[in-house]
Design a protein around this ligand. Structure first.
Ligand code: SIN
Length: 529
């Protein structure tokens, strides 16, 4: 592993990573390695339900409308150039996936069936198997990458970035036998997904521990917008980790939200932050731990959403007759490693795409079904930039926040560019003593963040969360994957809570009960570097 230098090492095996790996290995014949801590298909991508938002139908939809919807959801922090790239290149990438073998749902005329979801002004979501879009995208990409010469390393856990002479040269990784090796590469692409496991109530699988974002934070690579965890409004309210998701598309098809008295209380087609906030407030008012999704009026539930129907029946619910108990659950990490329009991070040789990145397309709140889209657009973009000989960041996209701007003078930000306030966190040293059970530490932090840094937060709840996170970071630990995951979660949590304390306003997915208004004083990113 130490003697062969790869052209590209991809960390993670979701839509962003595998789209990039296929393009690099197949189209550009690069020497590619894919390193993933689980098995290849075991990425968060496969859990994505709703679909891919892309303007594939004609009039009256347009990329301008998709752009406008995305900017509105992002609550003033989207980078318009990055969103433009997303909406313009999206349809091409969806068609490429279809050519690779992904099968999307079609109507009786053979046309792609388009669904509507919250925050979208029109039906523009392509989907597969009703609500199994991520699984189908992952299946097609896993098959495609297996046909390439890319070297696949499964059950290999990336520990730290190797940085030499100001450039990323690979990672150290722990292999299944417990040995640690360097995997060296001219370029490293981080596509390790988000950190939904920060919360006790989440739709994300156990593997979503923010590993790539945490490595970047430890290496001083710019990370931003990390206080914006998106909460999905309709996770089934059952004791399960992760919580089963009831796709946004159900509301797109007409399902209604009702409180525990049966009353409707929100426009179901608003973006997720609006709906999750309304639910949380109503639950607090009524002393309830859920509201209901009423899908009893939907036609053909079982044929349209077969996997959800199956999950519901498994817990004794019949969507044709029963209102379905739901509550908000942590769903998506809107921020991450800051990238330019080509996926370059602030560290030359290090690239990021998908949920691990902060490309600027989501701002303070991601629009539904823009996540698979981001992965399939920006993963290949990084490969094209590497192929063209680029190695470092340029002042485009979210990266303009980081490059060439005086952090103390946000008023000097040129028009159209989102400014940044820079934060440096000193590392917290690990204490000596007997190691603590990583599962217990993870549970403790999850409960704490859910209670005090969740849909609603305020200064005192965040102070409390910060203390627990600092204790978890300092806890003595062993050299196991579970211990490394907890450390990574706590590293991301520390930045997320710190940014949430500094952001004394409410914007997008970040709601401060003590600062309920959006403030022009905070129309900037909080960047850790
Ligand atoms: C959903 O189907 O509601 C989830 C899709 C997404 O996260 O955008």
């Amino acid at each position: 592993m130490t003697d062969t230098e790869l052209d590209l090492l991809v960390l993670g095996s979701g839509v962003a990573g595998l789209s990039a790996a296929v393009r690099a290995a197949d189209t550009h014949k690069m020497r590619v390695g894919v390193l993933t801590k689980g098995e290849l298909p075991q990425a968060t991508t496969r859990w994505a339900q709703g679909g891919v938002a892309a303007v594939l139908g004609g009039d009256p939809d347009s990329t301008d409308l998709h752009l406008a919807d995305t900017l509105k959801a992002g609550a003033g922090l989207c980078d318009i150039e990055a969103v433009r790239v997303l909406v313009d290149e999206g349809p091409l990438r969806v068609n490429e996936l279809i050519s690779l073998g992904a099968i999307f749902d079609r109507d009786t005329h053979g046309q792609l069936e388009l669904a509507r979801e919250g925050g979208h002004s029109l039906a523009r979501i392509v989907h597969a198997g009703g609500s199994q879009t991520g699984a189908e995208v992952e299946r097609a990409l896993v098959e495609a990458v297996q046909l390439t010469m890319a070297a696949i390393h499964e059950h290999a856990f990336a520990l730290e970035l190797i940085v030499e002479a100001g450039r990323c040269r690979g990672v150290t990784a722990r292999f299944p036998d417990g040995s640690v090796h360097e995997v060296r590469a001219t370029n490293v692409l981080v596509t390790t997904g988000g950190a939904g496991q920060l919360y006790a109530v989440t739709t994300n699988p156990l593997e979503a521990t923010g590993d790539g974002i945490a490595m970047a934070l430890r290496a001083g690579v710019a990370v931003a917008d990390i206080e914006f965890t998106q909460f999905h409004p309709t996770a089934l309210s059952v004791e399960a980790m992760p919580r089963p998701l009831l796709t946004e598309a159900l509301r797109g098809h007409g399902a209604l939200l009702r409180d525990t008295t049966g009353e409707r209380f929100v426009d179901e087609l608003q973006p997720r932050d609006v709906v999750s906030r309304a639910e949380t407030r109503r639950m607090l008012e009524l002393g309830a731990d859920h509201v209901f999704l009423d899908a009893t009026g939907l036609e053909s539930f079982d044929t349209r959403f077969p996997n959800i129907a199956k999950e519901l029946r498994a817990v004794g619910l019949d969507p044709a007759k029963d209102w379905l108990p739901v509550a908000p659950a942590a769903h998506y990490t809107c921020g991450g490693i800051v990238t330019d329009l080509r996926g370059a991070s602030s560290l030359p040789g290090l690239w990021a795409a998908g949920e691990a990145s902060c490309s600027g397309v989501h701002g303070a709140n991601r629009l539904a079904s823009n996540s698979l889209l981001e992965g399939m657009v920006f993963g290949p973009r990084a490969v094209e930039a590497i192929e063209a000989g680029a190695s470092g960041p340029e002042a485009s996209g979210a990266m303009r926040t980081v490059l060439g701007m005086d952090p103390d003078l946000p008023d000097q930000v040129p028009a159209g560019v989102i400014g940044g306030r820079f934060v440096h966190l000193e590392p917290i040293e690990t204490a000596d003593g007997p190691t603590e059970d990583p599962a217990a530490l993870r549970n403790q932090m999850q409960r704490e963040l859910t209670a005090h840094a969740g849909v609603l937060r305020d200064a005192s709840s965040l102070d409390q969360a910060a203390k627990v996170v600092a204790d978890v970071l300092a806890a003595p630990r062993a050299d196991t994957v579970a211990d490394h995951e907890v450390r990574n979660l706590a590293t991301v949590a520390r930045a997320a809570v710190d940014a949430a304390r500094r952001r004394e306003e409410s914007r997008g997915a970040h709601t401060r009960d003590d600062f309920p208004e959006t403030s022009v004083d905070f129309a900037h990113r909080i960047v850790f570097a």
